[in-house]
Design a protein around this ligand. Structure first.
Ligand SMILES: [Cu+2]
Length: 221
């Protein structure tokens, strides 16, 4: 939250104060002056009232330069979901979206957009702590280097899954899959980042946990 730019903050404040002072009269303004080159004494200058602070969340975290591809709001479960594995021009790596969501029994397809990456579940079978539901099947795509190549995994167990790219885990290339409508309580993935992980990994998992909790309706304490 501290990264919220002052510009965004100003817009937010303006939007809120507009909503307080604009009772919706602008819709009936016949003069067209509400297009508003001049706001002095113009009560209609801020046309669309309450719509300005729509909750489209993801766009406001403009602090790390690649969030357009990753931080979008998490939707409802669908039968399939697509995740891109990306290396950006400046060398950043990430899964996009960071949090994918499917129905129980749904399939996620990872596609190599750029760079070389893999996608592997945090699971003891992959020499990792368990950050998937109890009893869930692990997966490891193996390294993928061919542009456009894909890997898919079908999720039969409801819950929250964290996964990582092996060569880029340490720089935060970590993603999540939400399967079904799980209770956020009792999810190993959401119990906090493993204590023995590097700080960058812990920070990323914490960020993902916040996104998952928000998607599951546990985002506000
Ligand atoms: Cu990677």
């Amino acid at each position: 939250m501290v990264q919220l730019s002052s510009a965004a903050a100003a817009v937010g404040l303006a939007g809120c104060s507009n909503a307080l002072t604009n009772s919706g009269e602008s819709d009936s303004d016949p003069t067209g002056t509400s297009e508003g080159a001049d706001h002095s004494g113009d009560e209609d200058g801020h046309g669309d009232g309450g719509d300005e602070h729509s909750d489209d969340g993801g766009d406001e975290h403009s602090d790390d330069g690649h969030d357009d591809d990753g931080h979008g709001a998490v939707g409802e479960p669908t039968a399939t979901a697509a995740v891109e594995m990306i290396t950006t021009d400046d060398g950043g790596t990430h899964f996009a979206p960071h949090v994918a969501r499917v129905e129980t029994g749904g399939t996620v397809t990872w596609t190599l957009e750029s760079g070389s990456h893999n996608a592997a579940a945090y699971h003891p079978d992959n020499d990792q702590p368990q950050l998937v539901p109890d009893g869930a099947e692990p997966w490891d795509s193996g390294m993928i280097s061919e542009h456009g190549a894909t890997f898919e995994h079908t999720f039969e167990t409801e819950g929250v899954y964290h996964y990582y790219c092996m060569p880029h885990e340490s720089t935060g290339m970590i993603g999540s899959v939400i399967v079904g409508e799980p209770d956020a309580h009792g999810q190993p993935a959401l119990e906090g980042p493993p204590a023995d992980k590097p700080e960058a990994v812990r920070e990323k998992i914490t960020e993902l946990n916040e996104m998952c909790n928000e998607a599951l309706g546990h985002g506000h304490d």
